[in-house]
Design a binder for this molecule. Sequence first.
Ligand code: XIL
Length: 369
Amino acid sequence: MKNFSKYVRLAVLVFLVSCGKSEDKTEIFEPTPAPMPTITLKEAANFPIGNTVSASRLSSSSENYFRTLLNKEFNSVTAGNDMKMYNFFKAPGTYDWSKGDAIVAYAKANGMRVHGHTLIWHPSYSIPDWLENFSGTDAEFEAHVEGYIKAAVAHFAEATFSDGTPVVESWDVVNEAFTSDAEAGPFHKRIGPDYVEKCFRWAREADDKVKLFYNDYNLGSDSSKADKVINMVNNFKANSVPIDGIGMQMHIDYQYPNLESLKSNVTKLADTGLLIHFSEVDMTVNKDKALSGLTLQRSNAQKERYKQMAIIYKTIPETQQFGITFWGMRDTDSWLLDFYNNPNEWPLLFDSGYNYKPALFGFLDGLTN
Ligand code: XIL
């Protein structure tokens, strides 16, 4: 009976919405237990589907459910933070790979690839303090960075699956270089404006197979930023600087970017011929903080947009489809809640109780469309 009245309420709401009534921001959508999808995300896609992990979550005795879901739906993992420089580069010439090793061991045991994230990223919380405050010469600073990149890439090239393919298939070599912060950051300041290309060369010297990515945000919405990345790629090609792929982070919103500009930016980035990774997907639905719960209407909008995102990804030539990686499992796991200081945000495919959201069904629909 309880369920019946829930359905009636839902039906009335759908009816009102379809009558063109303006958006009701108070009616909170309680997901009714939907039938489970008959196909998993990784089965539905012709390319890898990823999520973020941490070494602690992969070993914690209270995270069995997370691991079951990860293994069921996903076949690619990215460390949310554990493979950033501050976790590895403890002192000059001293590395602690333990968290990365634990992630690689788990991935290997469960047949998932690892996308390395990220060798170079400028924010101070991503760099070890000793390097940020380094008082030696610029040449010494550069030598430390070169040594780090080569050591990290060489170390993580060692793990292979039984058929010999590397577990760590790829690295984000440089993250978010096209910002004023990055230009004011230590790598640009101390190595020089050509630090990005140097980092790619060092990474390739350490491993001739691993796929090297440049990763950035707003590439789907900001056409001039996408052009800067394309220029960089063209310069790399002209100067024989190695690069294999572009990571479009895809931190998007239920209303933007508009799908036309997303589509045209994806197309022009793919026209470089490089691999394209939707590398950090999430979707805000409550940036103005007007909602205190996810409404049916907003949930439907998110579902539809996740569908469209999958459809747009599939327009990329198949040989360039590197994969789609979600930046978190449950809504409550998302970094965006802290980033926007908004506990009322629901950006991902699973709700706080690990239930499959309409967003997931939308994405799945786009994959199989
Ligand atoms: C975020 C992590 O999810 C947070 O836990 C951390 O506090 C900050 O970094 N772009 C990136 C990711 O490339 O590495 C960021 O990850 C999110 C934005």
